[in-house]
Design a binder for this molecule. Structure first.
Ligand code: MRU
Length: 355
């Protein structure tokens, strides 16, 4: 077992040229185990089955998946390499539909390969770009944490859902990044983590990560959120996200919209932490964001144990859309933005696309 650990963070995706070492997030918190991914099919399955999950981490894993694929390529014929690269990109893009970071990272890597004048050069550019995506994400998350910290103060009570921590990114996380930095600053924040049915990312991953970092965390079931907001003096809710549409609507883990509705009724600020790579200005509103629906068993069973009669009809959307009007602000690496004031981010994204 490989353990890649830094203070307050665990690296979930490690590129090794001929394989990827991936922290198997399905096994946490019982086991901290890295699996070896040697082929693009392994990477597809790892993303599809949520061995790696969280929007930025999915993008990083997919980018390394292309590097892995390229390293296996034998011929020196560039046109056939590029054609096959597009097929590899489409395969990885089909692993999950909602988090835009997946498509963003794949496009970034393929764009680099198109600049090459030989297969050898393309392979080098692909690997370099994938490593850069990972390195940039760590820096970006740290900046999200710094901006986020300006919205909080010592001893506050903050609620979150799902897992938007270190293992969902290169390091630090998005929604959890301010908590790590608050800890570094000597603050005591009190975090309430919603368990996040059906796959329990909040219970299994967020509590585990925050405990590793010695941050005070209390677990609640999702249906305790409104009561907890009112009785435990929740000062703010902060969540990560999988895609932001041009009008500021947000796709995030199922249950996020419910939290936003409750927070608004109780006059509690509701923040969404996300890197620019999660903003998708090609998608105009939340209505256009594809929402992944997953297997019935995730709802009708807990592990192998059935919690509903056999053949019970199930609806299992993995994400929901929170309309922009419920969001107090976005916390990004470029600063804090109200949902009706995304022009600067649109400008930055346009610049990014033209370089
Ligand atoms: O289905 P998951 O576990 O991949 O869903 C993850 C989330 O919804 C996260 O909140 C989001 O990806 C942000 S991670 C920084």
């Amino acid at each position: 077992m490989i353990v890649a650990e830094q203070k307050n963070s665990i690296i979930s995706v490690i590129y090794n040229k001929d394989h990827i070492s991936l922290l198997d997030q399905r096994l946490l918190p019982q086991k901290m185990e890295y699996v070896r991914l040697s082929t693009i099919n392994d990477v597809w399955h790892a993303i599809h089955q949520l061995q790696v999950r969280g929007a930025p981490a999915i993008g990083i894993a997919a980018a390394f998946g292309l590097a892995l694929w390229a390293n296996h390529w034998q011929s020196s014929d560039l046109p056939s390499f590029l054609k096959a690269l597009h097929r590899a990109k489409s395969q990885l893009a089909s692993s999950r539909p909602t988090a835009v970071n997946l498509f963003w990272a794949l496009a970034r890597v393929v764009d680099q390969a198109k600049r090459a004048s030989s297969v050898r050069e393309a392979k080098i550019l692909i690997e370099k770009e994938a490593l850069e995506i990972q390195a940039e994400d760590e820096e970006i998350c740290r900046r999200i944490g710094e901006h986020g910290l300006t919205l909080f103060s010592d001893e506050q009570n903050i609620m979150t859902i799902c897992n938007a921590g270190s293992i969902a990114t290169a390091r630090y996380g998005t929604a959890l990044a301010p908590f790590y930095l608050a800890k570094e600053a000597g603050w005591n924040l009190h975090i309430y983590a919603c368990e996040t049915r059906p796959l329990l990312q909040g219970a299994r991953l967020t509590t585990w990560e925050l405990q590793q970092a010695d941050i005070d965390v209390t677990l609640i079931t999702d249906n305790m959120a409104a009561h907890t907001m009112r009785t435990k003096n929740i000062d703010a809710v902060i969540v990560g996200c999988d895609r932001v549409a041009k009008n500021g609507d947000v796709a995030n883990k199922i249950g996020t919209f419910g939290l936003a509705l409750q927070a608004k009724s109780l006059h509690i600020p509701f923040y969404v932490a996300a890197p620019l790579s999660t903003f998708d200005f090609q998608t105009l509103t939340g209505e256009e964001i594809p929402i992944e629906e997953r297997a019935d068993e995730e709802v009708s069973h807990i592990g192998q144990i059935a919690t509903a009669p056999a053949n019970t009809k199930v609806f299992n959307p993995a994400f929901d859309i929170t309309p922009a009007s419920y969001i107090t602000a976005f916390i990004t690496e470029h600063g804090i933005f109200a949902p009706d004031n995304l022009e600067k981010l649109i400008e930055l994204k346009t610049k990014e696309r033209s370089t």
